[in-house]
Ligand binder design. Structure first.
Ligand SMILES: [Zn+2]
Length: 306
């Protein structure tokens, strides 16, 4: 059984600098946790758990001189604080000596990171030329059909109209139905491809946002009912495929502001129009692709529940 993989990274200069920076942040957080424990103990306080320490760090980040911490993932400081707490507890309960502060020269540069987003996006199938062509053809057929109905209507004595179904109309109606089915099949098939590839990545959990009318404005070309249908089809497939593969399926609260929240500092934006494809945080200045920002938020949302 393979339990772990070791991967050697060959970073370029820029990436190297960034990696070393992350390791420095981890070292800083470890020392911060130890110093806080020490200070707290001196003042007669009890052992602080990592949750409490992380809360204090969050407060610290709001101060100007510590805002630089916002440039690094929470995962780095989180794990470093956890490590420091374990080391401190071992000392506190007599199992080990007092943990050493990490010095830049002596300590091995390392950090923990669990956020790996591929940032992959799936393209909107409704914008492909094949679908566009078929939709055009469908529209033409529907127009022809309604014209035929007009031609064959008969006015009754009471002034009402009666519509006669000629063989030609029946034929056209059949063609329209066939076209509609074909479009549906293409779309559903595409959704199957996406949902399968998502499940194959073996995630711990999947978070989906519930249908919101706001998001539906994204596609003006499709009617509301078709968008709804496609959304529910996507949800249906995702749900059963997750169940089949023992993956937790989470549906986010309808009012959860996934798009308007900054995925880095958690600040909430008042307004974010649909044309703004890049999210720029008013608080910390974080700049990120709008959809990626929303999906990171949903991931964290899932984590808080899972
Ligand atoms: Zn922010």
């Amino acid at each position: 059984m393979i339990k772990t993989y070791k991967v050697k990274l060959l970073p370029n200069n820029k990436q190297r600098t960034k990696l070393f920076e992350c390791a420095s942040v981890a070292r800083w957080a470890y020392n911060f946790a130890l110093a806080t424990q020490q200070e707290n103990y001196k003042n007669g306080g009890k052992f602080l758990n990592d949750c409490e320490l992380r809360k204090r760090l969050t407060q610290l980040k709001k101060q100007k001189e510590y805002t630089w911490l916002n440039n690094y993932s929470n995962n780095i400081t989180k794990q470093a604080i956890k490590d420091a707490c374990i080391a401190y507890k071992n000392f506190f309960e007599g199992r080990a000596n007092f943990p050493k502060f990490k010095l830049k020269k002596k300590s091995k540069p390392s950090f923990y990171q669990d956020t790996i987003s591929t940032g992959q996006k799936y393209k909107n199938i409704n914008k492909t030329s094949k679908i566009k062509k078929l939709e055009k053809r469908q529209k033409r057929l529907q127009k022809r059909l309604s014209k035929k109905y007009e031609l064959n209507k008969i006015q009754m004595n009471g002034g009402e109209y009666r519509y006669r179904k000629t063989n030609n109309i029946k034929k056209l109606e059949f063609l329209v139905l066939k076209m509609r089915r074909r479009l549906k099949n293409i779309r559903h098939n595409y959704i199957h491809q996406i949902t399968t590839s998502l499940v194959k990545a073996k995630p711990e959990y999947v978070v989906m946002e519930n249908l919101n009318t706001y998001g539906m404005l994204k596609n003006k070309r499709l009617s509301k009912s078709i968008q709804e249908q496609l959304f529910y089809e996507f949800k249906r497939q995702m749900e059963y495929k997750c169940a089949l593969n023992d993956i937790k399926f989470i549906l986010a609260d309808t009012f959860y502001p996934s798009s308007k929240t900054c995925s880095r500092c958690g600040a909430l934006k008042n307004k974010l129009s649909l044309s703004e494809r890049t999210f720029i945080c008013d608080e910390c200045g974080h700049e990120i692709d709008r959809d990626l920002n929303a999906s990171i938020n949903l991931k964290n949302y899932g984590k808080s529940i899972a």
